[in-house]
Design a protein around this ligand. Structure first.
Ligand code: MN
Length: 394
């Protein structure tokens, strides 16, 4: 059917408010499916009435996945599903995710096999469109619903599929379902919990809404009056690992500021902590009197590695790093980057074997400062900066 369907569905009405372009595209392609997604979702779920539904998260659960599972459980129980288990097969790895589970007092089950959840009748997938390969004994069980916003290589198979690429989070889709199927009540503790989780999922998946689309903002407007603000601010406290905090402390102790540029050498960093250099640069670039920072250290005794962060309109990280450090003997730049960030890695080769770490660091620090100050147009740089003793990792 290429005609416009006669009864405007919710989806149609909804989309017509979004963007003119979308409307036009929809008219040119096949007619939009007149299916009312929340209704169809409820219809599919009704097959599990009186039964046990497993909402299976894929990979390491993240806030969007956890919140979406919680929302699906909330709707399913209201529609008469007898029991809902939220399961995951990989470590709940980030402190933030463990905090979400703890602060919201969520009941999530770690499963090696579907059988660990007891007698399961159906599976539901949220924030992913296939069953985790590490979840055993899922074959033979029908996947009832799939609600996701990730791209799929092949059309996902389930009784009901809602796969949207124009939302920033699966939480947005579930907020729409909830508002239609089981409107949240700010006076109900359980409803507030669901709204808080969804808001947090939305915020993390959209980088605190910087990547949010208008649909995501509409969803958050719905959740705003119901979510628990105190809990949300607890949840959104960004945690920093102790190792990153150590690196940041060393960066602060050695920070050199030249006009709007800052540099910091953090000394020796084990391979497993190389990310802490980037985290230190992320932190330092927030200093208000600078717009560009380079943070570097000796990683794994083999390389000088560093991160550049900038919000200067005139600094192109890739070009800047190439001009500062040049190329290796195969003509490849030591560093690269784009827009507001860059990184570099310079092998120190044989020198890395030196057992005199203080001497090695002095060498590295001197070479780095000379290269950076020269790049800043301060030729006599090395003479103006006293090299401090090497900051030591604890
Ligand atoms: Mn997501």
């Amino acid at each position: 059917m290429f005609a416009i369907h006669s009864t405007p569905s919710r989806e149609w009405v909804h989309n017509s408010r979004v963007q003119m372009n979308d409307q036009v595209r929809r008219l040119q392609v096949a007619a939009p499916s007149p299916v009312d997604k929340p209704r169809a979702f409820a219809d599919a779920l009704s097959a599990a009435k009186g039964k046990h539904l497993l909402v299976a998260l894929r990979g390491h659960p993240d806030p969007d996945g956890i919140a979406s599972a919680l929302a699906q459980a909330h709707i399913a129980l209201r529609l008469g599903v007898a029991k809902v288990t939220i399961g995951y097969s990989h470590e709940l790895s980030h402190r933030e995710n463990r905090a979400l589970v703890k602060l919201l007092n969520l009941d999530l089950k770690k499963l090696k096999s579907v059988k660990d959840a007891g007698q399961v009748d159906y599976i539901a997938l949220v924030d992913s469109h296939d069953v985790d390969p590490d979840l055993a004994d899922a074959e033979g069980l029908e996947v009832l619903t799939i609600v996701d916003h990730h791209r799929a290589n092949a059309p996902p198979k389930a009784r009901f599929v809602d796969l949207r690429h124009d939302v920033g989070a699966t939480a947005t889709i579930f907020t729409e379902y909830l508002s239609e199927l089981a409107p949240l009540d700010a006076d109900q503790e359980d409803d507030r919990r669901v709204a808080t989780a969804l808001m947090h999922g939305l915020a993390t998946d959209t980088d605190d809404f910087s990547l949010g689309r208008s649909v995501d903002f509409r969803a958050s407007a719905y959740l705003a009056d119901i979510a628990d603000r105190d809990l949300l601010s607890d949840l959104s406290r960004r945690l920093i690992a102790p190792s990153a905090m150590d690196t940041i402390a060393r960066a602060l102790a050695t920070l050199v500021v030249r006009r709007n540029f800052a540099m910091a050498g953090v000394g020796f960093v084990p391979d497993s902590d190389r990310d802490t250099i980037a985290q230190a640069a992320d932190f330092l670039v927030r200093r208000e009197d600078i717009d560009t920072v380079i943070c570097y250290g000796v990683v794994g005794e083999r390389h000088i590695e560093g991160s550049l962060r900038t919000h200067s309109a005139s600094v192109d990280p890739g070009a800047w790093l190439e001009s500062a450090f040049g190329m290796d003997d195969r003509g490849r730049a030591y560093g690269g980057g784009r827009r507001d960030k860059g990184g570099f890695r310079i092998p120190i080769g044989f020198l890395g074997r030196s057992t005199d770490r203080a001497q090695l660091w002095t060498l590295v620090e001197n070479a780095m400062r000379q290269a950076l100050l020269r790049q800043l147009g301060e030729e006599g740089g090395s003479a103006t900066v006293a090299v401090p003793p090497p900051p030591t990792a604890t």
